[in-house]
Every structure is written in structure tokens, then in C-alpha cells.
Design a protein around this ligand. Structure first.
Ligand SMILES: C[S@@+](CC[C@H](N)C(=O)[O-])C[C@H]1O[C@@H](n2cnc3c(N)ncnc32)[C@H](O)[C@@H]1O
Length: 233
């Protein structure tokens, strides 16, 4: 990746613990017992908040090679651009969790500021520079991996081979379960890659399950894909 923090194709927008909690049905898990990997965690505050609550979470993203100031500059710019664009496509979203664009913007600002604060103080330990599809994590280092707004969402920019290789890597480094949200792409359509992954012969030993969740911001984006690595259901 170039040193320029110009990620034209994937924006630097981050979500909060509250959103991860709903998106991934975290209440189903006993988080205190898990070692969690946040995959392509970016400027999300999930990791910082989770660690504050005492959970064992590692954040991983290719942006962590940059300084907090460089990242903050880029994500504050992305936030303004994304919010401006949203005005014209408001009807593609459900406005209940967030009641207005302004409310959404404040929530996203809080997320990235919480992230930047922890990232500035504690760079090496909790934030790992990873450029998927490969990583230097050990085999089965994590019990749960969470993938939010990365795979499937960017299916126009990240092809099937990228999805498959990233999933293979997550299977290598995760022991129990991988959860991916959402299953819709940037156009708000179900990504074709979901079925392709589920039907791929190379993954036939694993159990895939789509499950509805109690969070829907992009209309139709209210399902996770769970990949159970312990047993076929
Ligand atoms: C839309 S953000 C999602 C951030 C976070 N997961 C959330 O939901 O709030 C997408 C993230 O994917 C990261 N990303 C894109 N390609 C990547 C790659 N090949 N390896 C690691 N991270 C990548 C970007 O840097 C960005 O932080």
C-alpha cells in the first residue's frame, strides 16, 4: 500500500461498541471468555470501548501504519464527504437507531475521537497493522473474529479471490467463530459473493449460517453471516 492515506475505495468511517453489540448479537456470546479480533477495525471505537469494559480485543487494519494525526485528518474529511453524499440517498437508510444525519454525524465523530484517543496513547499493543488477506497472527490466536463493513460491502472493489483468501486467513487464525456484517453492498443490494462463499467447495467442512439481527441502518442490511469453525450444524 502506498504511504498516501488516500483510500478512495474504502472510507474511514467508524462504528461504536453499541452498534457492534447489535450488529453482531454480542449478547449471545460470553465476551469475557473470548479473545476477539476486530477485522478492518479502522476508526471504530469498538476496540477502545471493549477494552475499557475489560474485554480482550485486538484491532487490526492497514491504516495503523499511519500516525494518529494523519488518520484523524483523513477520517474527519471522509465523514464530511460521506454525510454530504447521504443527503441525496437518505431513502436508502432506516432512520430509527439514528434519527437524523446530524445525529449520525455526532455518533460517528464520537467513535473516531474515542478511537484516536486510545490509538494515540497505546499504539503498539492493541492496534495491529494488517493488510488483509494475509496477517502475521498465530494459528487459532483468536476465538472470535468480527468483520464489520469490509467484506461483501465493498464487493465492487474487493473481488471474489480477495474475499476467499481473507476468509481462509480468518479461518486459520480463529478458533470458534467468524461473524460478518452486513451482507449487502454499497448499493444496498445483497452481495452475490455471500452465496458464492457459502457454496465454495473449499469451505465445505465449515458451517455457514445467515441470521437476522436487530440492527438495520442500510435498508436490507440486517443479517450476519456466522461461520462456525467447531462443528457443522
Ligand atoms: C468502512 S471501514 C469499517 C471500519 C469498522 N470495521 C467499522 O465498521 O466501524 C473499512 C475499513 O477497512 C480497512 N481496510 C480496507 N482494506 C483493507 C485491507 N486490505 N486490510 C486491512 N484493512 C483494510 C480500511 O482501512 C477501513 O478502516
Amino acid at each position: 500500500m502506498s504511504r498516501e492515506l488516500e483510500l478512495e475505495e474504502v472510507v474511514l468511517i467508524g462504528r461504536t461498541f453499541e452498534e457492534y453489540d447489535k450488529m453482531f448479537e454480542l449478547a449471545e456470546l460470553n465476551l469475557v471468555e473470548e479473545r476477539v479480533l476486530d477485522v478492518a477495525s479502522g476508526v471504530s471505537s469498538f476496540g477502545a470501548e471493549a477494552r475499557e469494559y475489560g474485554y480482550d480485543v485486538i484491532s487490526s487494519d492497514r491504516i495503523y501504519q499511519f500516525s494518529p494525526a494523519e488518520i484523524e485528518k483523513k477520517c474527519s474529511k471522509d465523514l464530511v464527504e460521506v454525510m454530504d453524499k447521504l443527503e441525496g440517498i437518505k431513502e436508502l437508510y432506516k432512520w430509527d437507531f439514528f434519527n437524523s444525519i446530524d445525529h449520525l454525524k455526532k455518533h460517528r465523530e464520537k467513535a473516531y475521537k474515542t478511537f484516536v484517543k486510545e490509538f494515540s496513547q497505546n499504539k503498539g499493543d492493541n492496534y495491529k497493522f494488517v493488510e488483509y488477506p494475509s496477517s502475521s497472527f498465530r494459528d487459532k490466536e483468536f476465538s472470535i473474529s468480527l468483520v464489520s463493513h469490509f467484506l461483501f460491502m465493498y464487493d465492487e472493489h474487493l473481488d471474489y479471490d480477495f474475499h476467499k483468501r481473507t476468509l481462509e486467513e480468518l479461518i486459520r487464525i480463529t478458533r470458534k467463530e467468524i461473524r460478518i456484517f452486513p451482507l449487502v453492498n454499497l448499493k444496498g443490494k445483497k452481495s452475490d459473493l455471500v452465496e458464492r462463499i457459502m457454496e465454495d467447495e473449499d469451505f465445505k467442512e465449515f458451517s455457514f449460517k445467515k441470521q437476522g439481527v436487530n440492527y438495520e441502518f442500510v435498508k436490507g442490511g440486517n443479517e450476519i453471516l456466522k461461520i462456525n469453525l467447531l462443528e457443522k450444524e
